[in-house]
Design a protein around this ligand. Structure first.
Ligand code: ZN
Length: 505
């Protein structure tokens, strides 16, 4: 790749130039050649800029203002959306790519400033980074757009000189409008969330009820009939490579189809929409059924996967609802042996239908699960994290701006009963010390306490949206603290993600 061939002399020249201007520092890996011009990212105070250093006459598509250095000129450009678009048109590696069925790691970055640290952590691990990854819900809560998220990823790979490719995941897409919303920003991975179509109550239904609901499924859209399905699934008793046998009786088949029939149909609708509306757009599909009440049984997984396969829908990954509890921001709670056994069987099912990855959602801080998956060393995995990066940002605040951290902690505690509603958590407020009374040097302990982590975790929207009067300026202040202490922020993130990634080594 041409982008790798920046010569050492050029870097020295750029360094000299930066030295002549007060208050600027250079991101050394950001030096890239653009025709006759050299592009670099620099920082001054809490702001970052793209510099265009002209090779001959001053000529560039990037928009910025000219500054003089002796007899030379530099164009100083904001890292805004317009310039990000120009960057992507010039440098292929700043665009999202397809990741495929290889190990990958989703680094949700709710603040838009963690990407460089994520790249430093993932480098050399064999995992492909999915840098842009925000669910529709997260974007609503943080008042960000898919473009904001993508721009942050493009600038991050440019700053770090990371040329190995990154993915962009439109996470938890529920409607075709959601697809339209993220695809325009260049997303390449589409996580379809059909959870609204799961019928959780099948275990309590009578056989008569099941028969009735089964007949009412959208058979035409499923390109199938009730009798065909019963015949096919019943006759296809399957032995997995592990020796496990899938041989459901009629009741199980009815339960499986009543629970997931409309999930299959909706997934087909979403996949077809994507294929027909954007035939030339590179796209890979994940299916997430992780937000159901009960764990996904092996038969349910098999049923959904085999039906999607029959309908010609290829998945790059599938997120089952695993056994145990995957609460936000803390380690796995549950039986790890059971998790291991089921994980191996889930993988064997994935193997039957193209070897898609198993996707671990709510992956933040599930260290014991990583140990299991890493030690198995079987198949490919995708892990999704998001909240844990926000918590590392808050660790940096606790270290560098203690009083502000106290404010955020107190505010998050006040918000807890409201903000916890859509989350799977178990924090006990009585176990959390009053942040007003905690000594400065003990504030970081909040970030190592499961109860406090969850309180902080679920309040991110209230802290960042700017909608609540007490928190109106929180986002701005938070970003300023992190920019002023960028090296510390990056270090905290890198250290934390080394812990996430090392169990797979
Ligand atoms: Zn999820």
């Amino acid at each position: 790749m041409q982008v790798d061939q920046i010569d050492k002399e050029m870097v020295v020249k750029v360094k000299n130039l930066v030295r002549q201007l007060d208050g600027y520092t250079l991101y050394e890996h950001s030096v890239h050649q653009d025709g006759p011009n050299v592009l670099v990212i620099v920082r001054k105070g809490v702001d970052k800029y793209l510099w265009v250093i002209p090779g001959a006459a001053v000529e560039t598509e990037f928009e910025g203002k000219e500054i003089k250095v002796g007899s030379d000129s530099i164009i100083e450009c904001d890292l805004d959306h317009k310039n990000a678009e120009i960057l992507r048109s010039k440098f292929e590696f700043t665009n999202a790519i397809l990741i495929g069925k290889t190990d990958s790691y989703g680094f949700g970055d709710r603040l838009g400033n963690a990407g460089p640290a994520h790249l430093r952590a993932v480098k050399g691990t064999g995992f492909k980074p999915v840098l842009a990854q925000q669910s529709i819900r997260e974007m609503e809560r943080t008042k960000r757009t898919p473009e904001d998220v993508m721009d942050a990823a493009s600038w991050a790979v440019f700053q770090e000189g990371y040329h190995d490719g990154f993915g962009a995941d439109g996470d938890h897409l529920k409607t075709t409008d959601d697809i339209d919303y993220v695809i325009k920003a260049g997303y390449t991975m589409f996580t379809i969330d059909p959870s609204d179509f799961v019928v959780n109550e099948v275990a309590e239904m009578s056989m008569d009820d099941l028969e009735k609901k089964f007949k009412e499924l959208p058979w035409k859209h499923l390109e199938d009939t009730p009798s065909e399905l019963l015949k096919r699934v019943k006759n296809n008793s399957i032995e997995l490579r592990t020796g496990y046998e899938i041989s459901p009786d009629k009741e199980e088949i009815l339960q499986g189809m009543v629970k997931y029939g409309r999930v299959i149909s909706h997934t087909k609708l979403m996949a077809e929409y994507l294929r027909e509306t954007y035939p030339d757009h590179p796209a890979e599909l994940e299916l997430s059924v992780d937000e159901t009440d009960a764990p996904t049984t092996l038969f349910e997984h098999y049923l959904v996967a085999s039906e999607l396969d029959r309908l010609g829908i290829e998945l790059v990954s599938l997120a089952p609802r695993f056994c145990g509890d995957f609460e936000k921001g803390i380690d796995f709670k549950g039986d790890l042996d059971q998790f291991r056994d089921e994980y191996v069987e889930h993988l064997a099912i994935a193997d039957l239908f193209g070897g898609y990855k198993l996707s671990v959602h709510s992956g933040s801080d599930k260290f014991s699960v990583y140990e299991v998956v890493g030690s198995l060393n079987l198949g490919a995995v995708h892990v999704k994290t998001a909240g844990t990066s926000y918590l590392e940002a808050l660790r940096t605040v606790a270290e560098c701006a203690p009083n502000f951290f106290r404010e955020i902690m107190a505010f998050s505690l006040k918000r807890f009963n409201e903000d916890k509603k859509t989350y799977h958590i178990s924090a006990d407020l009585d176990e959390i010390q009053d942040p007003g009374k905690a000594p400065e040097e003990e504030l970081v302990n909040y970030l190592d306490d499961d109860n406090a982590r969850q309180v902080l975790h679920v309040a991110y929207g209230s802290v960042l949206s700017g909608e609540l009067p007490e928190a109106k300026d929180f986002k701005k202040r938070l970003m300023t603290v992190l920019e002023e202490n960028e090296a510390r922020h990056y270090q905290n993130l890198k250290k934390h993600f080394d812990k996430h990634l090392s169990p797979f080594a």
